[in-house]
Design a protein around this ligand. Structure first.
Ligand code: SF4
Ligand code: SF4
Length: 221
C-alpha cells in the first residue's frame, strides 16, 4: 500500500491561510489503513484545525468528507456539489488523490494535508516499512522475494557492498542489509548457489528514468 504521514499542523495552517471555508477530504483506501487520512483522521484534523483557528481569533468552517478512493474520478465526482461552497480543498489522500481533485476541479485550490512517503508493508502495529519503488520490471524472482531497489540503500543489483556488517547496512545498525536478507532467504529456499549469479544492469526506463508512466489496458478501455 501507499503510506503517508500527516504534515505538521503549522504547515497545514499556513497552506490554508486566508481560507474561511475548507472541504477536508479523506480517502478510504491506503491512507485509512496507515491511519493517516481515513474518516477518523479527517475528524481529528477538522477539530484540530478549528481549535488552531480559534486560537488565532479566526473562524474556520471545515466540512468533512471521506471518499471511497480519491485517485478515482468516479468517486472524486462526489465532491462536485460541495466544491462551490468552499474556498479550498484540503486533501488527506496520497499525492495521487490530491492531483485527481486538482485535475477535476480546475478553479479550486487543493492543498495536501499529508506527506506521501512510500509503497510499503506493515511490520507491526504502527510500523510500516518501504518495500517497493515501482521500478516497472520486478526482479523479486531473482532475489528471493526481497527487493534490493527499495531495501538496499545503494539500490545495488548485486550485493552486498563493503559496508555490510553483522547483517546490518552501513547507514544504520537499525537497518537490515537487503543483500544479507536475500542471502538468508536464498539459504532457506535451498537456492544459495544462485546468489552469485550476476544480475545484469537494470534498464531504468521502465521506472521513473523513462519519465511519467502510464498503463493502458486495451481490454478495459
Ligand atoms: S523489483 Fe521493482 S517492482 Fe519489484 S519490488 Fe522492487 S521496486 Fe518493486
Ligand atoms: S550494506 Fe547492504 S543494504 Fe546497505 S548499501 Fe550495502 S548492500 Fe545495500
Amino acid at each position: 500500500m501507499i503510506t503517508a504521514e500527516r504534515k505538521p499542523m503549522d504547515e497545514i495552517m499556513e497552506s490554508i491561510d486566508g481560507c474561511g471555508r475548507i472541504l477536508l477530504v479523506g480517502c478510504n483506501e491506503c491512507v485509512t489503513v496507515c491511519a493517516a487520512g481515513g474518516r477518523k483522521e479527517v475528524a481529528l484534523l477538522a477539530s484540530a484545525l478549528q481549535m488552531a483557528s480559534m486560537k488565532k481569533g479566526r473562524a474556520l468552517d471545515v466540512r468533512e468528507m471521506t471518499l471511497e478512493r480519491q485517485c478515482d474520478p468516479e468517486y472524486v465526482e462526489e465532491l462536485a456539489p460541495h466544491i462551490g461552497q468552499v474556498d479550498a480543498v484540503l486533501s488527506m489522500a496520497c499525492g495521487c488523490g490530491v492531483q485527481e481533485i486538482a485535475r477535476r476541479f480546475k478553479t479550486t485550490r487543493v492543498f495536501p494535508a499529508l506527506n506521501t512517503t512510500f509503497m510499503g508493508a506493515s511490520e507491526g502495529p504502527g510500523i510500516w516499512a518501504e518495500r517497493c519503488q515501482g521500478c516497472g520490471d520486478c526482479l523479486l524472482g531473482l532475489t528471493g522475494g526481497i527487493c534490493p531497489i527499495a531495501r538496499c540503500a545503494k539500490r545495488l543489483m548485486n550485493g552486498p557492498c563493503g559496508g555490510s556488517g553483522n547483517g546490518k547496512c552501513e547507514i544504520s545498525d537499525d537497518v537490515d542489509c537487503a543483500w544479507h536478507l536475500i542471502w538468508e532467504r536464498m539459504k532457506e529456499l535451498g537456492i544459495e548457489d544462485r546468489y552469485e549469479d550476476v544480475i545484469s544492469a537494470k534498464d531504468w526506463r521502465t521506472g521513473r528514468g523513462g519519465g511519467p508512466r502510464r498503463i493502458v489496458r486495451e481490454d478495459l478501455k
